[in-house]
Design a protein around this ligand. Structure first.
Ligand code: AKG
Ligand code: FE2
Length: 366
């Protein structure tokens, strides 16, 4: 499969970062739906606004993948602006069957409804980031997010740690595989258009990954009796190349930071949400933005989101592409980092906006 599959032989599945065990949020709510322990209560300045900003959601760009595949120039231009101005877009006509999206949602919902001891058969060990648990918890003092998660590495297949892949409900493993393959196809198609707007030939972006690694993360946000005091997931940007997110069709929660305002990304039924990750920001020397986002909790319903992270092989060296550096100023925002170092550095911290990107910046600007 060419340069994309260079690293396949004799390679161990990597482990990532340690975390400190914290309570299961779904269980807290099951025990007492009214309790919100102090560690989840944010400082007033970090709480979500109570004003309904839903009207802003329609500003988030919508991209038609079928038009991109036809080489439609106007759509390519829209993609370019979306990545520069928003770092986020919703994708319609992406070609993934509605039935598959629903199958993924139904099976995952069934998993989260299992008793805790069943789910804990796949518990994330304290020295890794795969399994059912809470990533990015690194101190006893830090604020906690109002969510639980199931995190798996799905590609390349020899990175899989199958002991963390739930086989309850029956068929869940196969559904994760089928869903992930379909999303991988969308990702590689998007990479072709992203390559074009980045001034390269269609296959260039995929090649830069050395190998396209793929992670899967299901976030489960239980209802919260005080949704205005907690966050489902803290503000952060993703250390991926891109992230492709499926949301419930009727439950809101995702918000992105745009012009210093939190803009909701409310679901368009069966659309996929895509965000530019840190690596595209680095390759493009800051032209395309890896935008901070967060999720808020709801008071009466649980929300589930399904994130697919696409990222380079650990050995890939990431640096601004020469042709994307302004020839006049020659100003380079990012230096060369090995992706594995970058990823591990971001995973051993708490989620804190874009703080983890500093290690990749040229010192004079940091
Ligand atoms: O739940 C969401 O909408 C956002 C999830 C997210 O940002 C992530 O998993 O990185
Ligand atoms: Fe994210």
């Amino acid at each position: 499969m060419g340069s994309n599959e260079t690293f396949t032989e004799n390679e161990e599945a990597p482990t990532y970062a340690p975390w400190i065990p914290v309570p299961n949020v779904q269980e807290l709510v099951r025990e007492d739906p009214l309790q919100v322990p102090q560690r989840y209560v944010r400082e007033p300045e970090n709480r979500p606004e109570v004003t309904d900003m839903s009207h802003l959601s329609s500003l988030v760009p919508v991209i038609d993948l079928s038009l991109l595949l036809l080489g439609n120039k106007e759509e390519l231009n829209k993609l370019d602006l979306a990545c520069q101005d928003w770092g986020f877009f919703q994708v319609v006509n992406h070609g993934v069957a509605k039935e598959l999206l629903q199958k993924m949602k139904d099976a995952a919902a069934e998993f989260f409804e299992l008793p805790l001891e069943e789910k804990n058969k796949y518990a994330m060990p304290s020295d890794d980031i795969q399994g059912y648990g809470h990533a990015y918890v690194v101190s006893e003092e830090q604020m906690l997010d109002w969510s639980d998660a199931l995190i798996l590495v799905v590609h390349p297949s020899h990175y899989r740690k199958l002991k963390f892949w739930p086989n309850s409900p029956t068929g869940l493993q196969e559904i994760i595989e089928e869903y992930s393959n379909a999303i991988r196809k969308v990702a590689t198609e998007l990479f072709q258009s992203l390559s074009l707007i980045m001034g390269m030939d269609k296959e260039a972006l995929l090649g830069l990954h050395k190998q396209l690694v793929q992670g899967y993360r299901v976030n489960y946000y239980p209802p919260c009796s005080k949704p205005d005091q907690v966050l489902g997931i803290s503000p952060h940007s993703d250390s991926s190349t891109i992230t492709i997110l499926m949301q419930d069709n009727d439950v809101c929660g995702l918000q992105l930071k745009h012009n210093n305002e939190w803009v909701p990304v409310n679901p368009i039924p069966d659309a996929l949400v895509v965000n530019v990750g840190d690596i595209i920001e680095m390759w493009s020397n800051g032209k395309y933005k890896s935008i901070e986002h967060r999720a808020v909790a709801n008071d009466n319903k649980a929300r589930v989101s399904y994130a697919t992270f696409l990222y380079p092989h650990e050995e890939a060296e990431i640096e601004p592409l020469n042709h994307m550096i302004d020839p006049k100023t020659k100003q380079q925002i990012y230096k060369t980092v090995k992706y594995g170092d970058y990823l591990r550095n971001s995973m051993k911290r708490k989620l804190e906006g874009k703080a983890h990107t500093e290690m990749a910046k040229v010192e004079t600007l940091a």
